[in-house]
Ligand binder design. Structure first.
Ligand code: TTP
Ligand code: MG
Ligand code: MG
Length: 367
């Protein structure tokens, strides 16, 4: 018999606000509210997220800032504007840690990801519980952040489980526990069931997942359509066979470093390239990707950003090829810009494709 799948869903707790707490330790212990200011008046805009102290008084994502201010008026609360690049760089590092601890990895948003750990844990949920608690420990030690993890036999159950206990939660649902775990939950815990669907379901007497599971198939399909009806019914039984899949990388892969000193000395700059390239290549290998376009990101001492890129005839994952292409681009750039002194250097790969889907000409000819 095939081993059960072991799937985890990891979601960082009050993510933007928690990053702010780590970044400004003096705000810890106070309600922290991260806001998107629209700029029209001093307080116009909406709450992006808030820490749990702020949530205690009812502050929520999406709420007008003015309303949030009223709710904490007797307290020493901290309102901060969103700092996206900070959250993105923390997220990138956390995602890398999660990826390293999985067989397969799928990032779904800036603060959450699915991990398939079936092989790593040999389908054993005790071992999965240990792995999940190790992951929590690693993320706390490396980034000072707490997260909540759900472990289950599929993505659906893992997602519901990660939300079950927050913040800093760990909920493991073994295959034989799925039905008892989900049956009593309100239907809106099923991903995709929002306010509108929930109301519609209430009207026909469905409040819990168990109520949903007891519905007549035909009736559900009539009410919600073939596709959704089937999805709701399967979900109500904790059934889901969606694979954990690396998302098609619309984005590129990049790594950037700060030079030890500002310079335009080609040899000094090239000396830094191998460590960027080996870092990038490790990610290409892990994700089984190849790149058809190599670019360099060059930030000068005035913090101006310059980019140069080059299409390759065939997608590559080879350190050698990436290195050669980047060297050429940097050399050319320095020749074109005789006065520019560089502060940071990075490599960016784009036009990523899954290896094997596109064999390089070299590989083709050697077969
Ligand atoms: P979430 O994971 O939904 O929320 P959270 O991490 O703040 O809180 P928790 O997981 O503990 O319940 O969203 C991740 C980030 O996305 C969040 O920190 C800020 C941003 N976000 C918004 O900007 N607006 C929103 O309406 C939501 C829901 C999130
Ligand atoms: Mg979160
Ligand atoms: Mg999230």
């Amino acid at each position: 018999m095939a081993l059960p799948r072991v799937i985890m869903h990891v979601d960082l707790d009050y993510f933007f606000a928690q990053v702010e707490e780590v970044n400004n330790p003096n705000v810890k212990g106070k309600p922290v509210i991260v806001c998107v200011y629209s700029g029209r008046t001093a307080d116009s805009g909406a709450v992006s997220t808030a820490n749990y102290l702020a949530r205690e008084v009812g502050i929520r994502s999406g709420m007008p800032i003015i309303l949030a201010k009223r709710m904490v008026k007797d307290r020493e609360a901290v309102f901060l504007p969103v700092n996206h690049s900070l959250y993105k760089s923390v997220s990138d590092r956390v995602m890398e840690l999660l990826r390293e601890n999985s067989d397969r990895f799928e990032q779904v948003s800036i603060d959450e990801a699915y991990l398939d750990a079936s092989v790593k844990t040999r389908g054993d949920f005790k071992s999965a519980a240990r792995l999940a608690s190790d992951i929590k420990k690693i993320v706390r030690e490396k980034e000072g952040l707490t997260c909540s993890i759900g472990v289950g036999p599929n993505k659906l159950v893992a997602k519901i489980a990660s939300d079950f206990k927050k913040p800093d939660g760990l909920t493991v649902v073994r295959p034989d526990e799925v039905t008892t775990f989900i049956a009593p939950l309100p239907v809106d815990r099923i991903p995709g069931i929002g306010k509108k669907t929930e109301t519609k379901m209430k009207e026909i007497g469905i409040r819990t997942v168990e109520d949903l599971a007891g519905q007549d198939h035909e009736r559900l399909r009539e009410t919600f359509g073939e596709k959704l009806g089937t999805y709701f019914l399967n979900s109500s039984r904790g059934m889901d066979d969606e694979p954990v899949q690396e998302r098609e990388m619309a984005e590129q892969l990049s790594r950037i470093i700060t030079l030890k000193q500002n310079t335009r000395d080609l040899a000094l700059i090239l000396g830094e390239l191998p460590r960027i390239v080996s870092d990038i290549e490790a990610r290409l290998q892990r994700e089984e990707l190849a790149s058809a376009s190599v670019g360099v990101i060059l930030i000068d001492e005035k913090l101006e950003v310059h980019t140069r890129s080059k299409k390759l005839d065939n997608p590559t994952a080879s350190q050698e090829e990436i290195l050669v292409a980047s060297k050429d681009l940097i050399e050319k750039f320095l020749n074109e810009e005789p006065d520019t002194i560089l502060r940071r250097v990075g490599i960016k790969l784009s036009d990523l494709a899954r290896k094997g889907e596109q064999k390089s000409l070299g590989e083709f000819l050697s077969h």
